[in-house]
Ligand binder design. Structure first.
Ligand code: XLS
Ligand code: CA
Ligand code: CA
Length: 436
């Protein structure tokens, strides 16, 4: 196998290629269904996993060194940024995502940290221009530091609320400067462990106030990117306020914010909430809040956020089917919030894991389009609900009937047979498309 330095560009070679450092299904400039694959998929590199994480887990230290041979903190972060953009070039990835602490060192005080952050925003801004890349979204890490142990916008401490706000303000200034397509709010520790020490009502109201202030500031500075909330049911806190897509929509409507936010759905967070990835995408879409995707997969046997690169084509096909049905991405994209396994600890593995993830979604896109072209599933669903297209069904849908009228109507219905849902047949249609 070639080594990392030898690979200058991962090219598309088609499904018969055995070259490890080639795409088998992702042909970035191939036009399918009216646009190039790169525009359908809008792949993004996750800075925190790929550029920062070194393989540390609960039981052991790093298995990879990503300090790029530097010792001075600013030099380390500049070298990491150079590496990030070189990697995006090699992989033909157009977008990236970061937390504030991913791109810059933290100083002894907030003021010092802010100074480093601003310098590094300028640095990545320059690299963005040189390499022709875009920022899909950025965010604030308001969960890692000790001060966020009881939450950020839902902390019991108003001072912590204030520093969290300061970090979001700095993040929005950066988003504006870097012309980001979006900004993410993942409520890392916005939740609680026990009600015995928690004023839930105040915490939720404060979270609503926090989000409203972010919206106000966004408008004030003229940032036109999307705002996303990223649902997750647990980890780190036991009860997270942004449990799943439906809970987030309820939160947004309660605080009158539903027009200002969309959702960033993460595959592995969906499964932790006891939902399929498709369910969460569909829930976002039917609520008019489909925005962006954190693409990864979990492990069926492990109940935590394993953030694995997606390799399951069945899942990516059904996810891409939902994404296409939702109208595809506008400002959002597919961010690989995923990391190679701890023992896949070489720079070659970084390339190989992205290639696997990108090809799996590219194949999913191709298969989802084939499912739509085939038409059997859409036709089945349309036919299944045909009783709502005329007669009493059409009146129900139009809101033109009442319980009294329906009660009279029910007396005229001789029997109440419901047709078969044909689940097994439909699953066999999916297999037929996948394997032909
Ligand atoms: C953690 C989340 C996080 C967000 C950004 O589980 O996925 O990485 O995407 O803060
Ligand atoms: Ca995520
Ligand atoms: Ca995650």
């Amino acid at each position: 196998m070639k080594n990392y330095q030898e690979i200058t560009k991962v090219a598309y070679e088609g499904s018969t290629s055995k070259e490890p450092f080639a795409f088998k299904y992702y042909d970035p400039d191939e036009v399918i269904a009216g646009k190039p694959m790169r525009e359908h998929l809008r792949f993004a590199l996750s800075y925190w996993h790929t550029i920062c994480a070194e393989g540390v887990d609960m039981f052991g230290g790093g298995t990879m060194d990503k300090k790029m041979g530097k010792t001075d903190p600013m030099e380390i972060f500049k070298a990491k940024a150079d590496f990030a953009f070189e990697l995006m070039d090699k992989l033909q990835i157009d977008y990236y995502c970061f937390h504030d602490v991913d791109i810059a060192p933290e100083g002894a005080t907030w003021e010092e940290s802010l100074g480093y952050f601003r310098q590094m925003v300028d640095y990545v801004g320059q690299l963005q221009k040189e390499h022709g890349k875009k920022l899909l979204w950025n965010t604030a890490n308001n969960f890692g530091d000790k001060k966020f142990m009881a939450g950020a916008a839902t902390s019991c401490s108003a001072d912590v609320f204030a520093i969290a706000a300061a970090k979001v303000k700095a993040g929005l200034d950066a988003a504006l400067k870097l012309n980001a397509e979006g900004y993410v709010f993942w409520g890392g520790r916005e939740g609680y462990e026990t009600l015995l020490n928690t004023d839930m009502g105040l915490e939720l109201d404060n979270l609503g106030r926090f989000m409203q202030m972010a919206v106000d500031y966004k408008k004030k500075i003229g940032f036109t990117g999307d705002f996303y909330i990223e649902p997750k049911p647990k980890e780190p806190t036991k009860h997270q306020y942004d449990f799943d897509a439906a809970t987030c929509m309820n939160f947004l409507r309660t605080y009158g914010l539903e027009k200002e936010f969309k959702l960033n759905i993460e595959a592995n967070h969906a499964t932790l909430a006891g939902h399929t990835f498709q369910h969460e995408i569909r829930t976002a879409a039917v609520n008019g809040a489909f925005g962006s995707i954190d693409a990864n997969q979990g492990d069926l046997f492990l109940g935590w956020d394993t953030d694995q690169f997606p390799t399951n084509v069945y899942d990516t096909t059904l996810a891409m089917y939902e994404i296409l049905k939702a109208g595809g991405f506008t400002k959002g994209g597919l961010n690989f919030d995923a990391k190679a396994r701890r023992m896949s600890n070489t720079f070659e593995d970084i390339l190989l894991s992205y290639i696997a993830g990108m090809d799996t979604f590219a194949l999913g896109l191709r298969k989802a389009l084939a499912l739509i072209d085939d038409g059997r599933i859409d036709e089945f669903v349309a036919n299944r609900y045909r009783s709502y297209r005329d007669g009493i069904g059409a009146k129900i849908v139009a809101g033109e009937t009442s319980l009294e009228e329906l009660a009279d109507y029910a007396l005229t219905v001789p029997s109440f047979d419901v047709e078969s849902g044909r689940q097994e047949y439909l699953e066999s249609v999916v297999n037929n498309i996948l394997f032909s």
